[in-house]
Design a protein around this ligand. Structure first.
Ligand code: Z5A
Length: 226
């Protein structure tokens, strides 16, 4: 049976990475074969593109049109090399960001028209659409505060190109994601990530549990205390 394709989306600092990793662990604890990956990235080509996009790895910032195409290039490689084969062999895939990020950031954020971006997404993915999209939503200043605290604590990692965008840009992204979720309620589940991580994860699990195969009724809890 084909695996289930779950994407995790949302503005910066909303907790996608934290919860997508934890979701993958919890699904593995249920006995499922699970692949956790991310965009941009997830393949050697994708990780090289990530460096170009986030940290001006070629020594210059990609112009807005190149930015769109680079995200799509990373996506095409990830789909062909990793995601499609995994789903085909029955592995569940949890992906940290996917096509909705292009619509939110390059569409609502940078102002490209959504039909063009949707066509490019379809070209890159061959039409693959997630079975379930978890939208991690948080008040913009709180999300940015979390990201800046993490950047300051890590010391070594400088703020990326997107983290340096204005508050107004990030507000557009958040509202864009909420619009997308409202337009496709059967695919999206919106999760408020203001509460502590454990409380948010309980809601993530509630959203995913109905999709588990009938042979798996309750997942063995993963202990995150130590
Ligand atoms: N991008 C795009 O423009 N177009 C596209 O098509 C695609 C992407 C695919 C990828 O950067 C950038 O590319 C992204 C959009 C753009 N940039 N932005 N903005 P990334 O993957 O490096 O960055 P990110 O996706 O935004 O991830 P992030 O900054 O790491 O945020 P996050 O994944 O949502 O959050 P997190 O890492 O899970 O948590 C952040 C911190 O908050 C961390 O210290 C956690 O411990 C803490 N946290 C998380 N949840 C909580 C709760 N509930 N309470 C308290 N603290 C919490």
């Amino acid at each position: 049976m084909r695996g289930m394709f779950i994407t995790c989306e949302g503005p910066e600092g909303s907790g996608k990475s934290t919860h997508s990793r934890r979701l993958a662990e919890q699904l593995r604890a249920c006995g499922l074969s699970v692949l956790h990956t991310r965009e941009p990235g997830g393949t050697p080509t994708g990780e090289a593109v990530r460096l170009l996009l986030q940290h001006d790895g070629a020594g210059e910032s990609p112009v807005a049109t190149a930015e769109v195409l680079l995200f799509c290039a990373s996506r095409a490689q990830l789909i062909a090399q990793v995601i499609a084969p995994a789903l085909e062999r029955g592995t569940w895939v949890v992906c940290d960001r996917f096509t909705d990020s292009t619509l939110a950031y390059q569409g609502y954020g940078r102002g490209f028209d959504l039909p063009t971006l949707r066509a490019l997404n379809t070209f890159a993915t061959g039409g693959l659409v997630p079975d379930l999209t978890l939208l991690f939503d948080v008040d913009t200043p709180l999300g940015l505060k979390r990201v800046h605290a993490r950047t300051a604590a890590s010391g070594a990692v400088p703020a990326d190109r997107f983290e340096r965008e204005s508050l107004a840009f990030h507000e557009k992204i958040r509202n864009g994601f909420l619009d997308l979720a409202a337009s496709e309620p059967s695919r999206f589940r919106v999760l408020d990530t203001t509460p502590a991580v454990d409380a948010v994860f309980a809601n993530v699990w509630k959203a995913v549990q109905p999709h588990l195969p009938a042979s798996i009724t309750t997942g063995k809890a993963v202990d995150h205390a130590g």
